[in-house]
Design a protein around this ligand. Structure first.
Ligand code: PLP
Length: 475
């Protein structure tokens, strides 16, 4: 998208804001769709606003999205928005990237669906080869699936198969998805689990994450010698700690939904060493952080760490539902040879459209050095946000991030979380044409993960809008 068009779309975003801010939504197209959804979709999803006003992230009827281009989205009323979240960190290459559109439509015309593990497609073979070449270290064997949660399920099975152990160590505030297995290692929001508790495997021990702003051990950053990891190690070694029989530790290198929490330098490497020392596998969930998001291809590269299993999804295709768990040959050697029925597969395994678009996405990622772009733009953006933080120090407790995975933690000077403020900011930003989401256990973090191709001018405009909104809410 050229500069002139970007500027004219940004002008459109700000031009509408005065009337839009007072009237709510543009035309009533969105509300008609929302009414229809309330009748036809599980009420626990779209129709939630009227049932739970004030709930994090949903204080008004949702926008109904109609199309996207680059870093922009349009709703059914024709209003443009800057997509500051890449639709859950998926649209890393921008919406409607012409090469991705061509890849998926070309494959759809050739062969839309194959036969999974039984008769693989040539496209799946090419994609697996490219993925293994890009993956860190010797993570060369993949189990493909559709959603992030399914990649987690596969990783848990791989670890159990390789170790013959059944217990996992996971982190508080982690998010790994909402299927039963993934839920069993998800630490974020007890609400997700409570109604299903009786079917969720209890073989997980949760430990505090390296959240230095809110250290569970009351330590000051820099002088703690990773108290959280010492706690984890004690669980692994103490016969009375109740964490024996551990197959693996599962971690996000940077917590996403948990509030864009970036562990201190050296932490991930120390976690890797700890797992190796105790013969426990390390599963890294890079579903959010993978494919350039944090300024390197995979976040584990920031510390030269190679896990035993890595989970990928989201930006792997830029929008087509495809995910993967990749493991080392050693881990996979314990997976029994397939003599009759595959013990873990599915109808859509390695869907050729997903593989075709994924293959092209990996090519674009490397060719256009999107990790480098995320690193450069992210460093600038974080610096600018820190300037805003200084001006609003009584409500912005932290600005943090890596590459274009960025969070602004809203809290009082006593660190009491201000989810109410984060939600207000998200709402007001949407009214100005910027889509952001809250994250964190209290919804207290304003989270940003824009497409890695976002024009610099959009980031500048987002900063201006944020400054205006912070001035409004911090009175
Ligand atoms: C780190 C991480 N893991 C797993 C998932 C689950 O992915 P999905 O929603 O595709 O099941 C998410 C989704 O946000 C995630 O951020």
């Amino acid at each position: 998208m050229d500069d002139v068009r970007v500027k004219s779309l940004l002008d459109e975003c700000s031009a509408r804001s005065e009337s839009y801010r007072t009237s709510g939504y543009g035309e009533d197209g969105s509300s008609l769709y929302v009414d229809e959804l309330a009748r036809t979709e599980c009420a626990g999803l779209t129709a939630r606003r009227p049932r739970r006003p004030g709930e994090a992230g949903v204080s008004r009827d949702p926008i109904v999205l109609a199309r996207g281009e680059g870093a922009f989205l349009w709703d059914v009323d024709g209003l443009p928005y800057v997509d500051m979240g890449a639709c859950f960190a998926v649209a890393a290459y921008g919406h409607a990237h012409p090469e991705l559109v061509e890849a998926v439509s070309g494959q759809a015309a050739r062969l839309m669906h194959g036969m999974g593990d039984v008769y693989p497609t040539d496209t799946k073979v090419s994609f697996l080869k490219a993925l293994a070449a890009l993956a860190p270290g010797n993570l060369s064997g993949a189990l493909l699936s559709q959603s992030g949660a399914e990649a987690i399920e596969a990783a848990l099975k791989m670890a159990q198969m390789a170790t013959h152990k059944s217990r996992f160590i996971a982190f508080e505030s982690s998010y790994h998805g909402l299927s039963y297995g993934a839920l069993s290692v998800t630490g974020h929001q007890n609400d997700f689990k409570t109604p299903f508790a009786t079917r969720i495997c209890q073989q997980t021990t949760f430990v505090p994450y390296a959240n230095c702003l809110r250290c569970a051990f009351g330590q000051k950053p820099g002088s703690c010698h990773f108290a959280c990891l010492r706690h984890l190690e004690r669980l692994l070694t103490s016969p009375s700690a109740g964490a024996g029989d551990v197959a693996a530790v599962i971690a996000e290198p940077i917590q996403g939904r948990g509030g864009d929490v970036v562990p201190p330098a050296g932490w991930l490497r120390a976690l890797r060493e700890l797992c190796t020392r105790h013969g426990v596998l390390l599963i890294l969930d890079e579903i959010y952080t993978g494919f350039g998001r944090t300024g390197v291809t995979f976040a584990c590269e920031r510390e030269d760490v190679v896990p035993d299993v890595i989970c990928l999804g989201k930006a792997m295709t830029g929008g087509f539902p495809l995910s993967a768990a990749l493991a080392t040959p050693e881990v996979l050697s314990h997976w029994p040879a397939n003599t009759s029925e595959a013990i873990h597969t599915s109808t859509f395994l390695g869907n050729p459209m997903g593989c075709a678009v994924g293959l092209k996405a990996l090519e674009i990622l490397v060719r256009d050095d999107l990790p480098g772009r995320a690193r450069q733009e992210g460093a600038w953006f974080i610096e600018e946000l820190r300037r805003l933080q200084k001006k609003h120090a009584s409500v912005v407790a932290d600005v943090r991030g890596a590459g274009l995975m960025i969070g602004l933690e809203m809290a009082d000077p006593s660190l009491a979380p201000r989810g109410d403020l984060a939600l207000k900011i998200v709402d007001k930003m949407r009214d100005r044409g910027f889509i952001l989401l809250p994250s964190g256990p209290w919804g207290q973090v304003v989270s940003m993960s824009p497409p890695l191709v976002i024009p610099h001018r959009c980031l500048e405009a987002c900063l201006d809008a944020l400054e205006g909104v912070l001035d409004e809410v911090d009175r």
